[in-house]
Design a protein around this ligand. Structure first.
Ligand SMILES: NC(=O)c1ccc[n+]([C@@H]2O[C@H](COP(=O)([O-])OP(=O)(O)OC[C@H]3O[C@@H](n4cnc5c(N)ncnc54)[C@H](O)[C@@H]3O)[C@@H](O)[C@H]2O)c1
Length: 374
């Protein structure tokens, strides 16, 4: 049963105006939309892990945020509801509960809200689930993203930012992964849909001069994290005395990115609006900016690859309980390592994620124990 919350937004206090005039390189009625001085950001997937943290950050800056989320049951819906409840404490937040691919639903929400910026994070996530239910990825990530792009085009938003993934680097072996290298060997259907999103985004940026940034996220973790991801599963199992499955016998590497660092990176990239270069010679070295569109791809990662076994050791140390380790072979579609080159993010924003994985695990465990009373 789908439900739409029509929350009327009133302002509790007058926050400093967000300066977005410099972003305005498009025609249209941007100035009208910001009569009250508040930047309006439509965040798809606001009930999700990253969307929740991003919405919190934007609201704390005094922006007006409208979420769009179907509250899918891919994982515990209560966790999503609790995130939304927390966001609802802020009067600048409202949300539409609907599927992206549902006819006209996103279009209506976007036209009612008239965002300056859209950050599209909703989607069917998860590498392994895409072997079981690929159609969910087709519907949410392809059709859903198309509907977001169409609304962004019609509304002439200042900047469309959309989630891709480090999984698009697929079978690439050259590390760390840079945005300017080819990424043409997706190993899962999840990665294939995200790679398709990048291509779709490029075409709209080119055709309609729609400034578009695609993020490639690297294994995000932290408080309010996803129950299908390793940190959550490991902590939960260790505290219950259940064994944990360690793939490829622990010989895997991930560039774990702390969620608050990640959303800080997203926030800063919102201001780094791509501009179509006059000639390819105008593109700085290392910039993934397209020669024919206001479009770029940006890694957001910690730039520090951590061995899975060290990750498990750190969890044990934080919990003070040894894990029962069940060593397994590599899973189909998995890649042995991810590692971000985050120089482009730094060049564009001056910012580099830096939370040490031990500190991030400690923050997660504190939240987990408190939330689940374990
Ligand atoms: N968390 C990571 O490590 C990671 C890494 C790489 C990329 N990503 C991408 O970042 C984005 C956010 O990831 P997350 O970790 O917050 O995942 P999440 O599953 O917690 O959040 C996604 C949200 O989108 C909603 N959603 C899914 N399909 C929808 C649909 N068809 N219509 C409307 N809403 C829908 C879900 O209900 C959920 O709340 C996703 O696109 C994901 O693929 C995440």
């Amino acid at each position: 049963m789908q439900q739409t919350y029509a929350i009327h937004v009133t302002y509790r206090n007058h926050v400093p105006l967000h300066d977005c005039g410099s972003l305005d390189n498009r025609k249209g009625n941007r100035a009208d939309r910001q009569k009250d001085g508040k930047m309006k950001v439509l965040v798809t997937g606001a009930a999700g892990f990253i969307g929740f943290h991003l919405s919190k950050l934007l609201l704390a800056e005094g922006m007006q945020v409208h979420g769009f989320d179907a509250m899918t049951d891919y994982y515990d819906v209560n966790l999503k509801k609790r995130r939304v409840q927390a966001l609802m404490q802020n009067e600048g937040f409202s949300i539409t509960e609907a599927y992206l691919e549902q006819d006209g639903a996103f279009d209506k929400a976007a036209k009612d809200f008239e965002p300056d910026i859209i950050v599209h994070l909703a989607g069917q996530a998860g590498v392994r689930y895409s072997l079981e239910n690929p159609r969910a990825y087709l519907d949410s990530n392809i059709t859903g993203t198309f509907n977001v792009m169409e609304a962004a085009r019609e509304l002439e938003v200042k900047h469309l930012l959309m989630a891709s993934t480090s999984s698009v680097y697929g079978a690439n072996e050259e590390m760390p992964f840079t945005e300017t290298e080819k990424a043409d060997t997706p190993m899962t259907f999840y990665a294939a849909t995200k790679k398709a999103n990048e291509a779709m985004g490029h075409s709209y940026a080119h055709l309609w001069n729609l400034p578009t940034t695609m993020f490639r996220f690297f294994t995000v973790y932290g408080p309010w994290g996803r129950p299908d991801m390793a940190l959550f599963k490991f902590v939960d199992a260790v505290l219950d005395g259940r064994p944990i499955d360690i793939y490829n016998h622990g010989d895997m590497y991930r560039d774990f990115t702390y969620v608050e660092d990640l959303v800080r990176g997203i926030r800063l990239l919102m201001d780094a609006v791509p501009i179509r270069p006059a000639t390819p010679a105008d593109i700085p070295d290392g910039d993934s900016l397209s020669p024919v569109a206001p479009y770029r791809v940006v890694n957001i990662g910690n730039s520090d690859k951590v061995r899975l076994l060290d990750f498990v050791d750190a969890i044990e140390a934080e919990l003070g309980v040894p894990a029962i380790r069940n060593y397994m072979d590599m899973q189909k579609g998995d890649v042995p390592a991810t590692w971000a080159d985050a120089d482009l993010l730094k060049a564009l924003t001056g910012y580099q994620p830096a939370t040490d994985v031990k500190d991030g695990i400690a923050q997660f465990v504190r939240w987990f124990r408190d939330y689940y009373g374990k």
